[in-house]
Design a protein around this ligand. Structure first.
Ligand code: AMP
Length: 364
């Protein structure tokens, strides 16, 4: 079986690494000559919307999936008309536009912050009377890791925030006074079976994920499972999906979802019976899903901007290093490490040691 992946970054690389033991082969389409998954399969080198390359990908792959959500709708539809594509183009369309996404959450009964569409400075001023302060203005599309976002604290912030978006359609949201940020990762196969991972508790800095910790037995697990299963069923979703949520005094409020494997699920490689990457493959191939049971206490620390010396990570007991074969660059995720421990105290020590290494190389 050959799996086609749009994109050949670290997520594609980790999907391929999980797929080899299952006897799978890979073909990637990516515009970058040195994309980090290239060595793990065939590489179609060129633009994502090149019809000749897309036709080749559809022809050569038994199933096509992707590692990023900003696949243009016409590309996903072109592929879906020629081969099996999971998740389906509809999930991309919803995830790509924050206004459509939040409206969809509301329609299916998943709570969201108050929000309003903003297409002009006047819209923004008008919306603020119902949204309340503080708030966040975000571009509707192409925003990630906090890019294209401004926090609005007073009337003086409105004009500069709107100007910074340079006229792109936007959404304004109430600022959620969250206690913590969590995500739930789940897999749904073609037959409709769903497997949920334990919640990940996520720490961001500057809008970028730094640390994710598995919270097995969390009091909000069932609430999160009910929301993510509603979402997957409403989209007839196939594959792994990550739903990012704010915990507001025990009530979950949805921020966004990623129709793909997710950074907050990297701990599952060593920290769960079956990784999110393997379960994504099993899901799109309609195979039985693997157990999501955690193996001890687990957490993941991202290395952003630069790499520590490998030995500094490897000498930490129970730390597992994952290098993405990417050069250092400001704000770029270049590697992560998973820490695994028998209890929470030991895990905290490991996370502290890894975070100290990550901070030394972080230039963002
Ligand atoms: P996003 O790109 O929407 O995932 O936002 C990046 C980060 O900004 C999130 O992980 C939160 O830390 C923060 N953030 C986004 N939206 C809100 C909100 N409505 N209220 C409070 N914090 C937010």
């Amino acid at each position: 079986m050959k799996i086609g992946i749009l994109g050949a970054g670290q997520l594609a690389r980790m999907i391929a690494l999980a797929g080899y033991p299952l006897g799978l082969d890979f073909i990637f389409l990516d515009p970058s000559a040195d994309a980090c998954a290239n060595k793990l399969g065939e590489h179609l080198h060129g633009d994502y919307s090149d019809p000749a390359l897309l036709a080749q990908l559809a022809e050569r792959a038994d199933v096509v999936t992707y590692e990023f959500e900003n696949v243009p709708a016409h590309v996903a539809e072109f592929l879906a008309a020629r081969t099996q594509v999971h998740p389906a183009p509809k999930a991309l369309a919803v995830a790509q536009d924050r206004l459509i996404e939040k409206s969809f959450f509301r329609e299916i009964g998943i709570p969201t912050p108050a929000f309003a569409a903003v297409n002009s400075l006047e819209d923004l001023k008008r919306a603020m009377s119902t949204i309340g302060w503080p708030a966040i203005l975000k571009s509707r599309t192409l925003g990630y890791d906090g890019k294209g976002q401004s926090v609005l604290k007073s009337v003086d912030d409105l004009e500069p925030a709107w100007e910074s978006l340079q006229g792109v359609p936007a959404i304004v949201e109430a600022f959620v006074p969250f206690r913590r940020e969590v995500s739930i990762i789940a897999a749904r196969n073609v037959s409709g079976a769903i497997a949920f991972y334990p919640l990940s508790e996520n720490l961001h800095r500057g809008g970028i994920l730094r640390v994710s910790e598995c919270r097995d037995g969390d009091a909000l697990q069932k609430q999160a499972e009910s929301y993510v299963s509603k979402l997957m069923e409403a989209l007839d979703y196939v594959g792994v999906l990550a739903l990012e949520l704010f915990d507001v005094d025990g009530n979950l409020v949805a921020n966004e979802f990623a129709p793909r494997v997710h950074n907050s699920g990297h701990w599952t490689i060593e920290g769960a019976e079956t990784s999110q990457f393997e379960n994504h493959l099993r899901a799109i191939l309609d195979q039985p899903l693997g157990s999501t049971t955690p193996v001890g206490k687990a957490a993941m620390v991202n290395f952003i901007g630069g790499l520590p010396a490998s030995d500094d990570v490897l000498k930490i007991p129970n730390a597992h290093l994952h290098l993405y074969d990417k050069g250092p660059r400001k704000g770029r995720k270049v590697a992560h490490a998973t820490a695994r421990a028998e209890n929470s105290e030991k895990l905290s020590d490991l996370v502290r040691a890894l975070t100290a290494l990550a901070d030394q190389v972080d230039d963002s």
